[in-house]
Ligand binder design. Structure first.
Ligand SMILES: *[C@@H]1O[C@H](CO)[C@@H](O)[C@H](O)[C@H]1NC(C)=O
Ligand SMILES: *[C@@H]1O[C@H](CO)[C@@H](O)[C@H](O)[C@H]1NC(C)=O
Length: 460
C-alpha cells in the first residue's frame, strides 16, 4: 500500500471578518504597479468616453431673468428643460506633476445644449425651443491621488478652472424674433452659468465615477481555504515624470492564523522601463510570504506509508513523515526562480500499544527546484521544471545503520510523484494580480530580475 496523506486536507473555513492587522511598522510594498505615460494616455481615452456618456445625462439648471428691450420694456424669460446634446472634449493634455498630482488641460472643446424657453410680458406668454452652442471651452484641473483608510486608491479634484470662448443661441417658436432682440444678454447670462457648471460637472464625475471605479480594485483576495492576499495600498500613488507608481502591501496571510510573517519587506526598486502601458512588480518577499503561510498552515507536510518499509521493519508499522526543516527560501535571480527546501524526513514507528510514535531515524534532504513562471489571464502561475538531485544526510538514527539507499529511492519516487505534482497543482492555480474591474492585459512580457518578477503589458 502506498499512501501519501497531505495534512492540509481539512482546514477550517475562515471567518471573513476583517482580521485586524495593525501594528505593522514597515510599510515597504511587496508589490508595485507602474502605469506609464502611455498607460495613462490610454486610461484617459477611456475616461473621456465615459465622461461623455455621463455628461449627456447631466441636468443643467433652469435659467431665468428679466431684461429690458427697446420699444417693449421689461420682459421676464425662463429657459428650462436644458439638455446637453453634444459635448466634444478635445485636445487633452496630461501633465505629470511629480509629487503633486496629475494636471489635465483641455482646450477648444465645445458643447451644444437644447431646451425650451418661455417669455412673459404682461398677460402674454410666448414659448418655443432653443439650441445653444458653446465654443472654445477650456478646462484645467488637477487631480490628486491618495489612499483611504481601507487601503484603496482615491482620486479628487484639487483645482478646476474653465472658460468658454463664445456662446450662440438659436431660438425658434412663436414670435421668437422678440427674444432674438436680446439674445446677447441671454447668451452672456448662460455663459456665466455654464462656466460655473462645467467644473461642478467634472468634479462630480471624478468623485462619483472615478472613485467608484477605483473602489473595484480588490484590497484582499482570498486564494483558497489557507491563504489570502493583502493588496491594500501602503502609500499614496506616486506621480513621477514617467508615470504613476502604486505601492501595494503584497503579502499573503492566513485568516485562521493571523500572525505575521517574521520577515520584513525590503525597499523595492523597479527597473527603469516605460515602454509598455503597465508594469507589475512582484517581490521575492511577497512570494516568500506565500510559502510561510502554507508552511505554517501545515500544508507542506506529507506522510508516506510504503510496502517496502513494511518489509524492512516487519514487526512494526513504520511511516515517513516528510516536512520542511524551515521555510524553503524562494530566490529570484536574473532569469531564474529557485526554491531551496531543506526537507526533514522522520522514520516513525507506530506503537501498537499506544497512540505514541517513536522516532527511528531522521534524515535531511537538500535540493534546488527550478520554477518556470508565466502570466495567465491576469494571474501569475508557475510550474516545477527541474529539481536538482536530492542530497541526503542522516541526522540521527536509533537503529544503528539505516538503509540510506532504500530511503533515497523511496523518497525520490515520492518527491516526483506526490510532492512535485501537488506543488505543481498549486503553482498552476497561481494568484491573481490586482486589477480593477473590466481591466485585462495583453502582450504580456515577464522578466525575472534580482528579487522581483517584472510583468510588462498593454491594456486590452
Ligand atoms: C539560471 O538557470 C540556468 C539554467 O538552469 C543556469 O544556467 C544559470 O546559471 C542560472 N542563472 C543564475 C544567475 O543562477
Ligand atoms: C543549490 O544551489 C546552491 C546555489 O547555487 C548550491 O550552493 C547548492 O549546492 C545547491 N544544492 C543542491 C542540493 O543542489
Amino acid at each position: 500500500m502506498m499512501l501519501a496523506r497531505p495534512y492540509c486536507a481539512v482546514v477550517v473555513l475562515l471567518l471573513l471578518a476583517g482580521v485586524s492587522r495593525t501594528g505593522e511598522g514597515n510599510s515597504n510594498p511587496g508589490f508595485m504597479a507602474r502605469i506609464t505615460k502611455k498607460g495613462l494616455e490610454y486610461v484617459q481615452q477611456y475616461v473621456v468616453t465615459t465622461l461623455k456618456e455621463q455628461l449627456s445625462t447631466i441636468r443643467l439648471p433652469d435659467l431665468s431673468g428679466h431684461s429690458k428691450i427697446d420699444l417693449i420694456g421689461w420682459v421676464s424669460y425662463d429657459f428650462h428643460s436644458l439638455k446637453i446634446h453634444r459635448f466634444v472634449l478635445q485636445n487633452w493634455n496630461l501633465n505629470l506633476l511629480p509629487e503633486l498630482g496629475i494636471g489635465v488641460f483641455l482646450s477648444n472643446s465645445y458643447m451644444s445644449v437644447g431646451g425650451d424657453w418661455k417669455v412673459n410680458k404682461a398677460f402674454i406668454t410666448l414659448d418655443g425651443s432653443f439650441e445653444l452652442k458653446a465654443n472654445g471651452i477650456s478646462i484645467s484641473l488637477s487631480l490628486n491621488l491618495d489612499k483611504d483608510q481601507s487601503g484603496r486608491p482615491t482620486a479628487s479634484v484639487t483645482e478646476c478652472s474653465n472658460s468658454i470662448g463664445h456662446i450662440s443661441i438659436h431660438l425658434s417658436g412663436s414670435l421668437s424674433w422678440i427674444l432674438n432682440l436680446f439674445h446677447e444678454i441671454i447668451e452672456n447670462n448662460i455663459k456665466m452659468v455654464l462656466e460655473e457648471k462645467v467644473c461642478d460637472m467634472v468634479t462630480e464625475f471624478t468623485t462619483s465615477y472615478l472613485e467608484l471605479y477605483l473602489r473595484t480594485l480588490p484590497v484582499t483576495t482570498m486564494i483558497d481555504e489557507v491563504a489570502s492576499l493583502d493588496y491594500r495600498l501602503v502609500g499614496a500613488p506616486q506621480v513621477t515624470s514617467e508615470g504613476l507608481d502604486i505601492p501595494f502591501k503584497g503579502e499573503f496571510f492566513s485568516q485562521s492564523h493571523p500572525s505575521h510573517v517574521p520577515f520584513e519587506a525590503p525597499s523595492m526598486m523597479l527597473p527603469p522601463q516605460h515602454d509598455r502601458m503597465i508594469y507589475l512588480a512582484v517581490s521575492q518577499y511577497m512570494l516568500n510570504t506565500a510559502i510561510w503561510v502554507y508552511h505554517h498552515a501545515g500544508c507542506m507536510k506529507v506522510v508516506i506509508q510504503n510496502e517496502d518499509l513494511a518489509r524492512l521493519y516487519p514487526n512494526m508499522e513504520v511511516e515517513l513523515e516528510v516536512s520542511l526543516e524551515s521555510e524553503p527560501l524562494l530566490t529570484l535571480t536574473p532569469g531564474n526562480v529557485t526554491l531551496s527546501p531543506v526537507i526533514d524526513i522522520r522514520g516513525l514507528a507506530l506503537l501498537p500499544s499506544s497512540s505514541d510514535q517513536r522516532t527511528l531515524f531522521q534524515l535531511r534532504v537538500n535540493t534546488n527546484v527550478s520554477i518556470a513562471i508565466g502570466v495567465n489571464s491576469n494571474r501569475i502561475v508557475g510550474s516545477v521544471t527541474i529539481g536538482s538531485e536530492l542530497k541526503f544526510e542522516v541526522k540521527q538514527s536509533n537503529l544503528g545503520n539505516i538503509n540510506k539507499k532504500l530511503m533515497e529511492s523511496i523518497f525520490s519516487y515520492y518527491t516526483i510523484k506526490t510532492i512535485y505534482s501537488s506543488l505543481n497543482a498549486k503553482l498552476q492555480e497561481g494568484f491573481p494580480l490586482p486589477l480593477p474591474r473590466e481591466t485585462s492585459l495583453n502582450s504580456v512580457e515577464l522578466q525575472i530580475h534580482k528579487n522581483l518578477l517584472f510583468v510588462g503589458a498593454y491594456f486590452d
